[in-house]
Design a protein around this ligand. Structure first.
Ligand code: ATP
Ligand code: MG
Length: 356
């Protein structure tokens, strides 16, 4: 038997917009990027975190892996959307084994699904600040059906799923690895994906608030489609800065993008304000870290700063990771870095499974 402790897993982030693969090499004290790539998925391949077009996703994964010449089979992937529920709950003080026995019963009050249909996990945060007889616990529930769909998908694509994580936790992992010096702060990790925006507020590295907004950068594409009578592909190109088949001048297009993005900025602002009004001890978010493709929306960080008054920065998931210049185009890596944040967090997970 052998413990393959130092082996890393391949990070496979199956987003509803793009599939991303990140492979890292663990050289003892540092990680080096050994592979990165992404591939677009058809619009309806994944809807609200649910797999709709299995073969399109398998094709995208296998083609991407072949293009990148990936050899590693053992992977870490993740799930997001309505199939995942992360909730802070309060329980009477008890030890971990007692929670394990009672968590099913307890979770029925907090989870909007049949408790037999979800996998449950929890993490004890510590004593409750207002009642010392109680403690705060993070409850995580993931729909079994969704886990099974993702497991089948990656197995059919020829991989061995070792860990099925949650997008939010992978992002947290990536942030913590790259921004160690900020561990004492209250930060809001805000991932603006294609169809989903996830807000996860960390207080000294521990989730104290999380909220999903069911729209993302694709909303902007749809607004551009309507505004300039474009098909989806051309509206997407216009959003990404290459306005083929569109007569709009760059200034008009940009203001249409910013207008459309404003509803996302507004939702983010509302969620943070809600946290501020409900938080204990007048806790305030000190910094917002943006990730996902939506972090690339022109001026989005400035717009968030203007609305919230909070310092906002775009994540660099490779901040503490070595990128060998000879193997990668650094400008390209820098330009897609925020989209790679979840996949990098997945690739940082260790393969600690005991192998025969
Ligand atoms: N420069 C850009 N400006 C605006 N949007 C962009 C830009 N680059 C990429 N995007 C958008 O980002 C989205 C993809 O981001 P990301 O890969 O983070 O999403 P995803 O993980 O696939 O989706 P989700 O997490 O919502 O399931 C797409 O909608 C894409 O159009
Ligand atoms: Mg995503």
């Amino acid at each position: 038997m052998l413990f393959s402790k130092n082996k890393t897993l391949l990070g496979l982030n199956i987003g509803s917009g793009y599939v991303k693969i990140v492979e890292l090499k663990d050289s003892g004290s540092v990680y080096t990027l050994s592979n990165f790539g992404m591939a677009a998925l058809p619009v309806d391949a994944i809807v609200d975190g649910t797999v709709m077009d299995t073969s399109a996703i398998i094709n995208a994964i296998t083609n991407l892996a072949a293009n990148l010449k990936i050899k590693k089979k053992r992977i870490c992937t993740s799930i997001s959307g309505h199939s995942v529920i992360v909730k802070k709950i309060t329980l009477p003080l008890m030890d971990e084994s007692t929670i394990e026995e009672t968590i099913h019963q307890e979770a029925t009050q907090h989870i909007p699904y049949d408790i037999n249909d979800v996998n449950l996990d929890f993490q004890i945060l510590g004593p409750n600040q207002t009642n010392s007889d109680n403690m705060d616990v993070i409850l995580v529930a993931v729909k079994k059906e969704t886990i099974n769909d993702y497991l089948m998908l990656v197995e059919d694509a020829g991989f061995i799923p070792v860990v099925v994580d949650v997008d939010t936790f992978a992002l947290e992992n990536s942030y913590e690895y790259n921004y160690e010096e900020e561990e004492k702060k209250i930060v809001a990790l805000v991932d603006v994906g294609a169809n989903l925006t996830c807000i996860n507020i960390l207080d000294e590295g521990v989730t104290c608030f999380s909220r999903n907004i069911t729209s993302g950068s694709r909303l902007i594409t749809e607004q551009l489609q309507k505004r300039f009578s474009l098909n989806y592909e051309n509206a997407e190109l216009l959003k990404l800065g290459s306005p083929e088949g569109c007569k709009a001048d760059a200034g008009t297009a940009l203001s249409a993008i910013n207008e459309a993005a404003f509803s996302i900025v507004n939702e983010i602002t509302k969620a943070i304000e809600f946290f501020h009004t409900s938080a204990m001890n007048e806790a305030r978010v000190e910094k917002i870290i943006l990730s996902g493709g939506g972090a690339k929306i022109p001026n989005i960080a400035q717009s968030i700063i203007k609305n919230t008054g909070i310092e906002t920065e775009i994540i660099d998931p490779f901040r503490n990771i070595i990128i060998p210049e000879k193997n990668f185009d650094l400008d390209y890596i820098q330009s897609i870095a925020p989209l790679a944040a979840v996949a990098t967090g997945l690739a940082l997970r260790k393969d600690e499974v005991v192998r025969k």
